[in-house]
Design a protein around this ligand. Structure first.
Ligand code: MV4
Length: 599
């Protein structure tokens, strides 16, 4: 086993990996950016190195800075977590060339599976069902039409470099082929530097089922059963569970074995996930994720196998100590991603705030993976996921009840989280019945139900900006005849009662975005004194939804910003007429950049 591991990540996953290290008697090294000086993963590690400024590209994504930290610390291995450098084959190769061991699949295996048509061909070869379509790139509209004529519309045009819904275009009829082909190629070029695309039959309402794999350097490959990740919002998973409520035992067995066959054929090692689409009792290979995933926890809960520990052991050339038949799935587990977002406002990330209260649930069947402490400031430079609640029970029914209980216990104050959304889902018939498909959140769930859930369970709203009248609310506990009562007093028109935190209304008042500052790279002249809509994080503009002269009202989406693989609606706060649009599709922006100006 290693003696010291550098964890090239932050937040909950960095702590998750360090916990595994600790149990194996391995010392831990954290890296951190200027924005993370006081973050949980830095506290948890035995030692920590600053790798640069807040901007991920200048710190967590800086290959040389991360490797240099590992060498300075004398680490003998690097664990990348998920996101950041985890699926970067070039970085994996640099670690392989250093004195340190890469805790993950070889750079070569990452490359073999990273390119979609290569992975499809490889799986087909290994007798793993793939979605009907091409394994070679297509270039002309005629080729697309030929395939569509064979399998029938709709078909999907997918960018070779794509993933997570980026560069995926659905074509419903022949007259859309030309335009969608061009768009897919253009997006592929813009996002992945690769205009190459291929075509598949489009499945209308599939479930997303993925299989956890572990493989060692001695030829052993095991699967740890499946996870159901069908509950997604814009390709962003929100709740995952194991086992899937949608699979028969027979289908479960066949998917597991197919995943195992596929990665075996790819000479893959370490942990990985094989993603499938499942529709009408058939399953189809989609892609392989060559990293530990956010939702690995539910697999750990139902198998009792510590996936992260095995990643470390396998990387240290140890042999998997269990046979496929030893892997038993017992009970049921669900993971709830706790994102600092307002679900009633298009899941927009909290603009900032202080963790005034952090009181996570506990008790039987409750696991919290986080890296937080009450009183901290929210770090808004990276992913908005601040914690994961994982609930385990004897069966799905008990897991639902236990999850309701745990989410009711969970108190976070200071900014919005999606806890109210999770509580809504636990009352949702379709979800409770396990009948939701990947379309459910985006196309079927009534948005007003989300708004009501946030009103009911979200942070208080008594001092929100649009209240004409000042309303002050204070809570008291009184005792009458020996019985306790919670009393809430409201006073209208009174000055706010100062509280130690100076706020008191919870975190849902959005501060006015920063105006452009002098150090902005581009010399953009911003006219007038209307609302300036800015980027809340560094990322790429996926779409611009307004043009000059458009009327927008409060809450309207003006563009979609992708950051850390998430699609975030950028909304107008006050509304008005669009005076300037300062960005275009595919452009990258920094935090604070002005995107759209209203007058
Ligand atoms: C598909 C599909 C239907 N048919 N491919 C979206 C993410 C990208 N990695 C693949 N995706 C899809 N590919 C065919 N041939 C539907 C999706 C899809 C989806 C897949 C998994 C989870 C959520 C999804 C939401 C929308 C579309």
């Amino acid at each position: 086993m290693f003696s010291k591991v550098l964890v090239a990540n932050r937040g909950e996953i960095a702590v998750r990996v360090m916990r595994a290290c600790k149990e194996l008697g391995v010392r831990t090294v954290a890296v951190y950016s200027d924005a993370d000086k006081h973050s949980g993963h830095v506290r948890y590690a035995d030692e920590a190195y600053n790798v640069g400024p807040a901007r991920a590209a200048d710190s967590y994504l800086d290959h040389e800075a991360v490797i240099e930290a590992g060498e300075k610390a004398g680490a003998d291995a690097v664990h990348p977590g998920y996101g950041f450098l985890a699926e970067n084959a070039a970085f994996a190769a640099k670690v392989e060339e250093s004195e340190m061991t890469w805790v993950g699949p070889s750079a070569a295996a990452m490359e073999r599976l990273g390119e979609k048509t290569k992975a499809r061909a490889l799986m087909q070869e290994a007798d793993v069902p793939v979605v009907p379509g091409t394994t070679d790139p297509v270039e002309s509209p005629d080729e697309v039409k030929e395939i569509a004529d064979e399998y029938g519309y709709p078909v999907a045009i997918k960018a070779e470099g794509g993933g997570g819904g980026r560069g995926l275009k659905v074509v419903h009829s022949e007259d859309e082929v030309e335009e969608q082909l061009e768009t897919a190629q253009r997006e592929g070029e813009a996002y992945f530097d690769n205009a190459s695309v291929y075509v598949e039959k489009y499945l209308e309402a599939p479930r997303h089922i993925e299989v956890q794999i572990l493989a060692d350097h001695h030829g052993n490959v095991r699967h740890l059963g499946e996870r159901d990740c069908s509950l997604q919002r814009r390709h962003q998973k929100v709740i995952e569970e194991a086992p899937s409520p949608a699979l028969s035992d027979d289908l479960r067995e066949r998917i597991g074995e197919a995943a195992r066959r596929g990665v075996d054929a790819a000479d893959y090692t370490n942990a990985g996930t094989v993603e499938f689409l499942v529709e009408d009792g058939e399953f189809y290979f989609m892609e392989v994720n060559t990293r530990i995933q956010v939702e690995h926890t539910v697999t750990e809960q139902v198998t009792g196998i510590d996936v992260v520990k095995w990643q470390l052991r396998v990387a240290a050339d140890e042999e998997l100590a269990f046979e496929q038949d030893d892997v038993e799935v017992e009970g049921h587990a669900m993971e709830f991603r706790i994102n600092a977002e307002n679900a009633a406002n298009g899941f927009s990330p909290a603009p900032g705030g202080k963790l005034e209260t952090y009181d996570p649930p506990g008790g039987i069947g409750v696991r919290m993976d986080d890296a937080l402490r009450q009183g901290e400031d929210l770090v808004t430079d990276y992913d908005s996921m601040i914690a994961k609640l994982i609930v385990t029970a004897g069966d799905r029914e008990e897991c639902l009840a236990r999850s309701e209980r745990a989410l009711e216990e969970f108190v976070v104050e200071g900014f919005h989280t999606i806890i109210p959304f999770h509580r809504l889902m636990l009352t949702d018939e379709k979800f409770r019945a396990g009948e939701h498909t990947t379309k459910y959140l985006d196309e079927e769930l009534d948005k007003e139900r989300i708004e009501r859930a946030v009103e009911k369970w979200g942070p208080g709203d008594s001092q929100s900006e649009d209240d004409d009248e000042e309303v002050t609310e204070r809570d008291f506990t009184v005792e009458v005849n020996g019985k306790r009562f919670e009393v809430s007093l409201e006073e209208r028109g009174a000055p706010a009662i100062p509280t130690p935190s100076g706020g008191g209304s919870g975190g849902n008042t959005r501060s006015r975005p920063d105006v452009a500052t002098e150090d902005d790279e581009d010399d953009v002249v911003i006219e007038g004194d209307g609302e300036q809509i800015t980027a809340e994080m560094q990322g790429t503009i996926l779409s611009v939804d307004v043009e000059e002269g458009d009327e927008v009202s409060s809450g309207d989406v003006v563009c979609v910003l992708e950051a850390m693989k998430m699609e975030n609606d950028v909304v107008a706060e006050r509304g008005g007429t669009v005076a300037q649009v300062l960005v275009g599709e595919g452009e990258s922006v920094d935090m604070g950049d002005v995107l759209v100006v209203l007058e």
